[in-house]
Design a protein around this ligand. Sequence first.
Ligand SMILES: Nc1ncnc2c1ncn2[C@@H]1O[C@H](COP(=O)(O)OP(=O)(O)OP(=O)(O)O)[C@@H](O)[C@H]1O
Length: 321
Amino acid sequence: MSAILSVQNLRKAYENGFEALKRVNLEINEGEILALLGPNGAGKTTLISTICGITLPTEGTITVGGFDTQSDFRAARNLIGLVPQEINLEPFEKVINTVRFSRGLFGKPRNDALIEEILKKLSLWDKRDARINELSGGMKRRVLIAKALSHEPKVLFLDEPTAGVDVELRKDMWDVVAELKATGVTIILTTHYIEEAEAIADRIGVIRRGEILLVEDKERLMAQMGQKELEVQLSAPITEIPASLATFELRLNDAGDAVIYSYDTQGARTGITTLLNAISEAGLVLTDVQTRQSSLEEIFVGLVHEAETDNKETGNKETAA
Ligand SMILES: Nc1ncnc2c1ncn2[C@@H]1O[C@H](COP(=O)(O)OP(=O)(O)OP(=O)(O)O)[C@@H](O)[C@H]1O
């Protein structure tokens, strides 16, 4: 797969000097779904706004389909569809006119067949003559997507598409995203919800305080997140792990007074009981046992904690993950 979007050394400092993005590097492959996960204020919207040309980068370069978003703004922007976080629709406009108008804004000729196809894909065709203020919240979000697709973009940004949306609508939105992917659109969505990233993304990026902490294939990430460590404290130090415990692939700590066992929390069996029996059969006396989560899981737990703290401070009712 080739990169359709490339972000290099992107830094964004707002006028008040606040550095919302710090040297962000990101490559998005054509046809993939990338979920950008991060707590409130992490820089998700800033990143999207900078890629879409709503705000200017302080440093760095962004290319979309090979076009530089600054020197070749129009060509780059034409390839991008943006579904904003907030519903900003004209309440008395008809659905179909709203979507047609969006296409016109990009200077594209009227194409009724295409608009029909988009509205049908989003289950809005029956509502084409309804006024925006007659629609449910979920339908309004679909209209936002239809608008963003009206000029046939290759890359679609969805900024927290399911924020404040109930579980059923959220799943509905996931289906819509999956269908869009099937038509070849590259999708970048931001979310607070780990489960959302897990449900629909091919890759997951984690952003915190303006920095991308990791971008990883979802399957690999989930496998890594499933790893836990068990530390078994021994009554006396040892110099090497007894041969009878070889199958557990234990590690000895630096002091030699604890053995560390890695296991998969998602596996049917963790092997912990067998290990503890084998340790005592090997003549070792254990004094304490503790488990540790892998660093990736720690990152997620940290993110959730930070988001919850932010929510409390801002009075935001949304829960993180
Ligand atoms: N115009 C601005 N001037 C100064 N600081 C800003 C401006 N816009 C955003 N920020 C700050 O930049 C940081 C990143 O904000 P941003 O909206 O990108 O975060 P986010 O990850 O999208 O958060 P959320 O999940 O709450 O939407 C925040 O600390 C925010 O207060």
